[in-house]
Design a protein around this ligand. Structure first.
Ligand code: FAD
Length: 395
């Protein structure tokens, strides 16, 4: 390929451009992004950037020195694979190889679009709009006790706001973790001084209040919606690129899409995991770091490389460092290491006797050792695993 065009200048797009250069690609690399800002990292947006502890989170990358052409503030509108052309706001862009890295968009709370005081948290602009909201110490209602909701609630409490988190499920992180693992997290909310209302569905949002389906009116100087994100792929309609059940780009194990010369990485794409024998759609930072290296290798190299990661992510919430590695299924056995009401504990998931996943709260060493054990697929001794005083690697 002479000319690689990457759509989406977030983590996955930027890392694809960088990996191409690191792996010796000498052709043209063009990175096209809809946002006007210098490419930046998202995790700090719900942490340091929100609290004003960091101004921004722009990537420390010298695009010019790497000969990566940046076209910012330019949205891709469509794709014509037959012509090997992308349509953008600024006109058509030809490519030899195209990489889709358009990430995900937050899901809006139905009926809340355009209501004053309702916020999402995905972009730098969102974070900058929310900063003064925190500084004014409004009563804040967070809709959704997922990863973003928990991190935002943490920042809002730290800023001194009164925070109510409303969650439709019976517990936080219901989509991500089993009930017994999420149960101890309920206390994190209340211990921080936030109020968590589970089984609470939002009926409607009015200026100044959120009305729940049981009729309760929760006063809200501001509302922050964190109910999930979906792949930003609407622009690909009619292009012939296969989309999956979550409207994500369906990639193969080499991260190729259904259309020749088009790859997909990051939050916008799913891929078949050989390791876990299912298709994974990962919305976490590490995937947007690792997958681009495979894409770059497959663009440059002769022999295709498969992408088959052990997924990893972290979250910082309520003064705790939460890390998860691997991938578990409902049928896997859970083993506790330590007391979940304490400050530090780990949960392990075993399939037969092998470690397949691990959630560590304040135990980064368990995470590091667990990651290697999951990768190695070694049979484990559950008794040693259950003893937090013994190193995980001895199990
Ligand atoms: P994105 O970062 O979404 O980037 C995609 C880019 O493409 C965007 O800039 C978008 O504007 C652009 N784009 C979209 N459509 C078009 C188009 N048609 N034309 C041109 N450009 C387009 N993960 C963790 O593991 N740990 C964390 O602690 C963590 N914290 C997070 C905190 C926040 C507030 C958010 C929002 C996410 C967090 N994540 C975290 C998730 C992580 O940031 C994402 O997984 C990662 O950003 C995915 O990178 P991406 O490049 O695939 O997508």
């Amino acid at each position: 390929a002479r000319r690689v065009v990457i759509v989406g200048a977030g983590m996955a797009g930027v890392q694809t451009a960088v990996a191409l250069r690191e792996q010796g690609f000498t052709g043209d690399v063009t990175l096209i992004g809809a946002e006007p800002h210098q490419p930046y990292d998202r995790p700090p947006l719900s942490k340091a950037v929100l609290l004003g502890k960091a101004e921004g989170s722009a990537f420390d990358i010298d695009f010019e020195a790497l000969d990566i052409e940046l076209r910012l503030g330019c949205e891709a509108l469509g794709l014509r694979p037959g012509d090997h052309e992308l349509d953008t706001e600024a006109g058509p862009v030809p490519y030899d190889v195209l990489v889709l890295a358009t990430g995900a968009e937050p899901i809006q709370l139905p009926g809340s679009e355009g209501v004053p005081g309702v916020h999402l948290l995905r972009t730098l602009d969102d974070a900058e709009r929310l900063r003064p909201v925190l500084a004014q110490q409004h009563d804040i209602v967070v809709v959704g006790a997922g990863w973003i909701g928990a991190e935002f609630a943490t920042a809002a409490r730290e800023a001194g706001c009164a925070v109510t988190v409303v969650e439709a499920a019976d517990r936080p992180l219901a989509g991500a973790l089993p009930a017994e693992v999420a149960a101890p997290m309920t206390a994190w909310y209340t211990d921080s001084g936030a109020s968590l209302r589970t089984h609470a569905r939002v009926e409607r949002v009015e200026p100044g209040a959120v009305v729940l389906d049981d009729g309760t009116r929760v006063p809200a100087g501001a509302v922050v919606v964190g109910i999930g994100a979906r792949p930003a792929t609407a622009w690909l309609a009619g292009s012939g690129i296969e989309l999956g059940a979550h409207r994500e780009v369906v990639a193969d194990s080499h991260l190729r899409t259904s259309v020749p010369d088009v790859y997909a990485v990051g939050d916008c794409a799913s891929f078949p995991s050989g390791r876990y024998e299912e298709r994974l759609l990962v919305h976490h930072w590490d995937n947007a770091l690792q997958a681009p290296r495979t894409v770059a290798a497959n663009i440059i190299g002769e022999a295709p490389v498969a992408y088959d990661p052990v997924p990893y992510f972290w979250s910082e919430q309520f003064g705790r460092f939460v890390q998860y590695v691997g991938h578990h299924a409902p049928a896997d056995t859970t083993i506790w290491r330590g007391d979940p009401s304490g400050a530090a504990w780990t949960v392990c998931w075993l399939r037969e006797s092998r470690l397949v996943a691990l959630l560590a709260v304040g135990r980064p060493r368990d995470l590091a050792q667990g990651r290697r054990l999951i990768e190695a697929g070694m049979p484990m001794n559950p008794d040693i695993l259950a003893d937090p005083s013994r190193p995980l690697k001895d199990a």
